[in-house]
Design a protein around this ligand. Structure first.
Ligand SMILES: Cc1cc2nc3c(=O)[nH]c(=O)nc-3n(C[C@H](O)[C@H](O)[C@H](O)COP(=O)(O)OP(=O)(O)OC[C@H]3O[C@@H](n4cnc5c(N)ncnc54)[C@H](O)[C@@H]3O)c2cc1C
Length: 472
């Protein structure tokens, strides 16, 4: 239990509007999107500026009070929920730090506070005729601090990289309360360790991000969104290389979906429909985009499509004729996770393997699951262009949801062992949180873990900053 006297001091330090102990106000912050993690805390702090946050963290450091930082609470691995596993933790929400501080069209950079939702950065960049390319289904809610701390990926990694690649600098409050500031739009800066990159992907274990500067790009003025039906993941993969070549490497998204996943979307998500008239085993959704009007690109794409239809690599396809149609195509893809929620129990694996090995991974992992868990419905989808597959397994039809979900750990081990054997990663973009802590300890190299723990101990000697995430 956190001492009442400490809670009173923290409320005082947080100032007017900077805290709440009201269970109703705190409640939405205690449950994760997939309903897998439900926490508790007596206190939510909501600082409105870095100085206040620094004072709060200093106090927690001094009195060994554990903190869990939270942004939009769209994380999927139990990393932003306080009070799990019986821990006593104060929640620090960045919800009052949402300002866009600067958009510099000359520098191609944007600076924002950590609680700003990604969609507001996209809009601010667009207003300046620039592109903030990070794009994910949760973009209306997920925040600057959250995407940095999980090194979020999304659908444009193929072209623009993960959040790490977009991050230019940041300001953060370290676990002692000290403020570090590398906020800058410098393209080059070789002055020792890169603290911004150290905090990226740290899942709030090394400090609380308060502001960040990201790279911007020229807007995609001409974009072609294509919906392609294919026989297999191997056929889909063969299209990736040939499309990159045919379009002068202008592919900005390349997503893979199975028919079974589409049917779940059509069953559960209103206003979605199949862009094609007949069903096919697998689909690719791809964007080909360029920052200047280029009639040659449309012609090259048409010629490529015609040739691939002729040689049978593509079974059928449609190019969106309007922006609304492109949005309809993407709505199907973006609804995959949501549809699975309605379908029943789903055991998740956010994994990656080298791009060329995705088809072999899918075959191996699917066979292993079907042998071990008869009736389970493998429903993988994801960012084929990055080798990142959300290898989700749905409960058998008419099966018992809880009995199926009880298999979570065993199934994870089965899939993660295959991923590891194929030189892949057990967390491609969602992070470790509390969910995959055991698997990280089991599968990460001992020297890597030792180095990570040494960094954690150096920056957070009392282990107050998100102590349940990563290591536990
Ligand atoms: C429908 C849906 C689709 C998604 N699609 C994708 C996808 O395509 N790609 C992808 O990568 N992820 C995806 N996610 C996962 C999620 O959106 C991302 O992980 C996102 O980065 C989390 O941001 P957030 O602000 O919600 O962070 P939260 O959920 O609040 O927190 C996530 C982690 O970051 C830490 N954290 C949050 N803010 C800070 C801060 N200011 N300083 C330090 N630590 C902090 C938390 O402690 C926690 O460990 C999806 C989630 C949903 C629900």
């Amino acid at each position: 239990m956190i001492d009442r006297a400490h809670i009173d001091v923290l409320i005082e330090l947080a100032g007017a509007g900077g805290s709440t102990t009201d269970p109703a106000e705190i409640a939405p912050h205690l449950h994760e999107w997939r309903d897998k993690f439900n926490g508790r805390t007596p206190l939510m702090l909501m600082p409105s500026d870095t100085e206040t946050l620094s004072r709060l963290v200093s106090y927690c450091h001094k009195h060994r009070i554990a903190i869990v930082p939270q942004g939009g609470n769209t994380g999927l691995v139990g990393g932003g929920i306080p009070g799990l596993e019986g821990r006593d933790e104060v929640l620090v929400s960045l919800k009052r730090m949402t300002r866009i501080l600067d958009v510099d069209a000359q520098d191609f950079s944007i600076t924002a506070e950590a609680g700003a939702p990604v969609a507001t950065l996209q809009a601010a960049a667009a207003d300046a005729d620039r592109l903030f390319p990070l794009s994910l289904a949760s973009e209306g809610s997920c925040t600057v601090g959250g995407v940095i701390s999980t090194n979020a990926g999304g659908v444009h990694v193929l072209r623009y990289g993960t959040t790490r690649a977009l991050l230019m600098g940041l300001e953060a409050v370290l676990p002692t309360g000290a403020v570090v500031n590398s906020l800058s739009s410098l393209r080059k800066d070789n002055t020792g360790y890169n603290l911004a990159q150290l905090l990226a992907g740290a899942e709030g274990t090394l400090g609380i991000v308060t502001k960040a500067t990201f790279r911007l790009y020229p807007p995609e003025r001409q974009k072609h969104t294509c919906w392609l039906a294919v026989e297999s993941p191997a056929a889909a993969l063969s299209l990736l290389a040939s499309l990159r070549e045919a379009t002068g490497d202008r592919v900005s998204a390349f997503e893979l979906m199975p028919r079974v996943g589409l049917e779940m979307v059509f069953r559960h998500i209103p206003n979605t429909r199949d862009p094609l008239t007949a069903p096919y085993p697998w689909y690719v959704l791809t964007d080909v985009a360029t920052s200047r009007e280029d009639p040659g690109l449309a012609a090259a794409l048409d010629a490529w499509l015609e040739a691939r239809l002729e040689d049978g690599a593509i079974l059928d396809g449609a190019i969106a004729g309007t922006v609304a149609q492109a949005q309809d195509f993407w709505r199907v893809r973006e609804s995959m996770s949501e549809a699975q929620k309605h379908e029943g129990g789903s055991i998740k694996h956010d994994v990656s393997v080298p791009v060329s090995r995705v088809p072999a991974f899918l075959t191996r992992a699917t066979e292993a699951i079907e042998q071990t868990y008869p009736g389970a419905r493998v429903t993988p989808f994801g960012h084929l262009g990055d080798g990142n597959i959300h290898f989700n397994v749905m409960q058998p039809k008419d099966g018992d949801k809880q009995a199926f979900l009880n298999e979570w750990e065993g199934m994870n081990r089965l899939v993660h062992d295959i991923v590891t054997d194929m030189k892949g990663s057990i967390s491609a973009e969602h992070g470790i949180g509390t969910l995959k802590r055991g698997e990280l300890a089991r599968l990460k190299g001992q020297h890597d873990l030792d180095a990570m723990r040494a960094i954690k101990a150096a920056l957070d000697p009392h282990n107050i900053m998100n102590p349940g995430a990563l290591f536990g």
